[in-house]
Design a protein around this ligand. Structure first.
Ligand SMILES: Cc1cc2nc3c(=O)[nH]c(=O)nc-3n(C[C@H](O)[C@H](O)[C@H](O)COP(=O)(O)OP(=O)(O)OC[C@H]3O[C@@H](n4cnc5c(N)ncnc54)[C@H](O)[C@@H]3O)c2cc1C
Length: 407
């Protein structure tokens, strides 16, 4: 696609979050929408995700957004015309410590109140549902009937192709160098292929979200953080419908994948990046990976999931998520600047929720106000405190490790 010189909205980044925003914009009738990416479309962190959807979250808003996202994922092909393979497996969340049982009870109460299919089951019942999970050392299990997983490589590309089919202009291999702001209002987007005049931009640049904003003098408090996973060789009995498993205190997850398991973990001391220091040509596929981290985490759960240490590994992959100090996304306008929207701060859960975030942002851009109260995700929540870079790194690392809400 050749370069354009003006647009109504420029979406920067064609991962799940940017792709979904562009798709829902054109689906609701926006005309001149450009989806710009520095590299190939949908080629960075999104296709490397685990593709798990978790409905039980730490706030009502997040549960409602995930429920909405799941509705969209289930009719993805109908809406976008693009394939999406998903499996409604349900999940089992495992507490091994009394303090985590308490957290779990709170989650069950919230889930019930919001209409989720959640219940406490016994460790033996959990073992019956997923025989690879052993009941020894397990105090409590929450079964979440709503949870599902999908093929992560299909979402962002599907949204981008769907957006293009509805009239969006897709511009791969186009690097945004700066969003030009005059008198507090976005006026244009400068790229290495020329300038696009536009009154509205969406910064959905994933690991590079901060850099894109920095170039316009906007500081977004988030830290790009490595997350990695293993996929095992096929294993006898590892059926696609087995419920996914999450072990709270160890922050280890497992789901069926191509006849084996996919598993990953949230370590105590995650690798954090300054994307500027990695240079202009760095791609997520260049992320340094470390098998030792995963083996160490596998050890932590070997009593419950011994197969993780025994199975042969077929694939090791990783990507760069964007962590915030409170573990919630950053979605909405940059304070004090007309037309600069942000869709980031994914906290390693941005792909599954991308349909709901994209839909909400598209409505916000089109109508001038959000379709639901997204204040808890506003960037302004951080402006009350001055986050030094050091404190931001510490707090985001804590959020990373405590991804499953363990106390
Ligand atoms: C191993 C792993 C497992 C995960 N598992 C899950 C999971 O189970 N469920 C879940 O929901 N989430 C999961 N996640 C998180 C999920 O992958 C992310 O939240 C999501 O993909 C983020 O999407 P994005 O659009 O922000 O980023 P990306 O997909 O990285 O897209 C950002 C895009 O912006 C482009 N860009 C950057 N800078 C510029 C620029 N200057 N100009 C133009 N374009 C630019 C990039 O090239 C890139 O294509 C996982 C992540 C990892 C790493």
């Amino acid at each position: 696609m050749s370069m354009i010189d003006h647009a109504d909205v420029v979406v920067i980044g064609s991962g799940g979050l940017g792709g979904a925003t562009a798709f829902y914009l054109v689906q609701r009738g926006a005309r001149r929408v450009a989806l710009v990416d520095k590299y190939d479309v949908a080629s960075q962190t999104s296709p490397r995700a685990a593709g798990m959807v978790s409905h039980v979250r730490s706030s009502d808003l997040m549960v409602q957004l995930v429920m909405r996202a799941t509705k969209h994922l289930k009719r993805f092909t109908k809406d976008t015309g693009q394939p999406l393979d998903w499996t409604h497996s349900g999940s089992l969340k495992v507490a091994r410590r009394p303090q985590d049982v308490k957290v779990m009870d709170g989650e069950i109460a919230r889930g019930r109140r919001l209409g989720l299919d959640v219940q406490r089951i016994s460790p033996d019942e959990a073992h019956r549902l997923n025989p690879f999970l052993r009941p020894e050392g397990v105090l409590a299990v929450m079964r979440v009937g709503d949870d599902l997983y999908f093929d992560p490589s299909q979402v962002a590309i599907g949204f981008a192709r769907g957006a293009e089919a509805h009239g969006a202009t897709i511009l791969p291999h186009t690097t945004v160098t700066r969003v030009q702001i005059d008198n507090g209002q976005v006026v244009s987007v400068e790229t290495d292929n020329g300038t696009i005049r536009a009154p509205i931009v969406v910064d959905a640049a994933g690991a590079w979200t901060r850099q894109v904003a920095d170039a316009s003098g906007i500081r977004i408090p988030m830290i790009p953080t490595r997350h990695q996973l293993f996929i095992t060789e096929p294993l006898e009995g590892a059926r696609a419908e087995l419920p996914m498993v999450r072990i709270m205190d160890a922050a280890v997850y497992v789901r069926p994948c191509n006849g084996g398991f996919l598993w990953g973990a949230y370590e105590e001391d995650p690798l954090q990046f300054d994307m500027a220091a990695l240079g202009p040509r760095f791609q997520v596929k260049d992320t340094p990976l470390d098998t030792e981290v995963l083996w160490r985490m596998g050890e932590e759960v070997k009593q419950q999931f011994p197969i993780l240490l025994e199975a042969k590994i077929r694939e090791h992959r990783g990507g760069i998520a964007t962590m915030t100090a409170d573990g919630q996304h950053i979605v909405g306008p940059a304070p004090g600047i007309g037309g600069f929207f942000i869709a980031s701060g994914c906290n390693v859960a941005g792909l599954s929720i991308s349909p709901a975030i994209g839909e909400a942002l598209a409505a916000w851009i089109a109508e001038g106000e959000p379709p639901l109260d997204l204040t808890p995700l506003a960037m302004t929540r951080f402006s009350r405190e001055s986050y030094s870079e050091e404190r931001l790194k510490q707090e985001t690392a804590w959020q990373y490790r405590h991804f499953y809400g363990s106390a």
